[in-house]
Write a protein that binds this ligand. Sequence first.
Ligand code: E4P
Length: 218
Amino acid sequence: MNFFVDTANLAQIKEAADLGVLDGVTTNPSLMAKEGIKGEEAVRQHYLNICKLVDGPVSAEVIATDFEGMIKEGEALAALHPNIVVKIPMIEDGLKALRYFSDKGIKTNCTLIFSAGQAILAAKAGATYVSPFIGRIDDINWSGVELIEQIVHIYQNFAFRTQVLAASIRNPLHIVQCAELGADVVTCPLSAMKGMLKHPLTDIGLQKFLADHAKNNG
Ligand code: E4P
């Protein structure tokens, strides 16, 4: 199972990388806006900075929504660094762009996946990753984790090579549930990743070990 951090914040990416468990990064236009990254050159430089911090796939999302625009933007993004994965929205022209990039050997991440049908189309078009948004599904009183289960099952049925990248993760439980279901990748905020570290019995146990050691050693 691969762990990606879902942020464009360089300090958080470095912190996640320093934990020694980071495999990649996902970004989206909202995350780039949150960091105040604007203008083509600044965006390009920011992706390069991210690629310096992590030696793994870095998803960079296109802004265009028409086929030609997505191809132009995606090719420019892919040319930036070998680790860049072109992130394409699940729309009609996006599907065509996935096929185009797949045929050219350029890696893609099909984003904004909310149904198994969309995941099937993305896999048929040769997407490297699909990103089902589980937190946003939970937000509308549905089960995001059930969608992961469904997609993993379908992909296994047909040995699709597209990887299930569980996105819109909100908490450590989401990560563990996705792991149980066999999602290939989870992309999560640093807080959810670090939340997995915590257990009160670990803290209590450590306090006791240290107290006993101190008593024994004066
Ligand atoms: C990542 O690829 C997605 O863009 C991201 O996980 C969406 O998360 P959100 O629902 O918390 O915005």
